[in-house]
Design a protein around this ligand. Structure first.
Ligand SMILES: [Zn+2]
Length: 319
């Protein structure tokens, strides 16, 4: 496995952050705002799971970073679904707002139903990664055309623009959500009957969890299982999967997530410690698409400590 040993730019950024905070134009202009934000949610907190318009979020990367600054966060990771298109803009905007922006991704893996793997500190310009993402994007468009045509042949005539109005993104799953929201079909089974085989073709073209982890590592990143709770209702099964992913080289798990209860968070952190895995955490912010879910604070009780990021950086230093 090849990795860049140290992200010097990020480490320098952290070391000089105190000094930078006093010089930062944003801080000078928005001192009052920041003080309010700090009172509510101290600046040592971070959010390592966010989405932009590059996938299914409603905020462009720049706006997302500004929102994180207003909330007083010290770092965020941009982790779009199978896309790194928002990372560069986020990093640039982060420089204006004293926010450390971690280049990331949330890869969809082929696994029973669906598994998401987060990559943090990836080299988002890695050729192998960008080629795969480009291939996936072309496939997505081809399959969407197929799905729209099958819907039309069943008398359901909708346009991509209509889906964008309710979903702000275009994918097979957002198309399914649109059909259900608009009452154009009654159940998921109706959707399966119309374009289930198209969905299967999408699934079959995804990388396996092992391949996703390898891709993240080859892009110099760290691989984490996203929201483990969504994998199964049975804790024993989730733990078994985590152990298998660890054998594949996975670096850690997303212990803190907006959908995890305080007991879940404690349990996953305990498992991570027992298995020698790193912890990550985030809100899974999607902007206006997930109502009531805010960056940094999730549904109100989310607190992801900066120490999570420090542990990841420590591992970077050791490799
Ligand atoms: Zn996500």
């Amino acid at each position: 496995m090849i990795r860049v040993a140290v992200d010097f730019q990020t480490i320098r950024y952290r070391v000089t952050m105190k000094k930078h905070n006093t010089q930062c134009k944003y801080h000078a202009d928005h001192t009052a705002n920041m003080q309010i934000a700090r009172r509510g949610h101290a600046r040592e907190f971070i959010d390592l799971h966010t989405h932009t318009t590059a996938s299914d979020g409603s905020f462009p990367a720049g706006k997302l970073v500004r929102e994180a600054a207003v909330k007083g966060l010290s770092a965020i990771a941009i982790t779009d679904h199978d896309s790194v298109a928002g990372v560069e803009e986020g990093i640039e905007e982060g420089k204006n707002h004293c926010i450390e922006v971690v280049p990331g991704i949330e890869m969809t893996a082929r696994y029973n139903s669906e598994m998401h793997l987060l990559g943090l500190y990836i080299d988002h310009s890695n050729n192998q990664l960008t080629n795969y993402l480009q291939k996936l994007s072309v496939l997505r468009m081809r399959l969407l055309v197929k799905a729209f045509s099958l819907l039309s042949s069943r008398g359901i005539s909708i346009t991509p623009a209509e889906v964008m109005v309710t979903q702000s993104t275009l994918s097979l799953s957002s198309l399914a959500d649109h059909l259900l929201i608009k009452g154009l079909v009654t159940t998921r089974m109706d959707i399966d009957a119309i374009y289930g085989h198209v969905w299967e073709e999408w699934q079959n073209n995804l990388l396996t969890p092992l391949e996703c982890i390898a891709f993240i590592h080859e892009s110099n990143g760290f691989a984490f299982l996203a929201h483990p709770k969504r994998l199964d209702n049975d804790d024993a099964q989730i733990l078994k999967t985590i152990k298998l992913l660890r054998e594949y080289g996975m670096d850690g798990i997303e212990c803190i997530h907006a959908e995890h209860t305080p007991a879940d968070r404690k349990k996953y952190m305990c498992w991570a410690k027992q298995l020698g895995l790193l912890c990550t955490g985030g809100s899974d912010f999607h902007g206006a698409k997930k109502s009531g879910l805010e960056i940094g604070t999730g549904y109100g009780d989310l607190e992801v400590p900066y120490s999570f990021l420090e542990s990841i950086k420590d591992k970077q230093l050791k490799e």
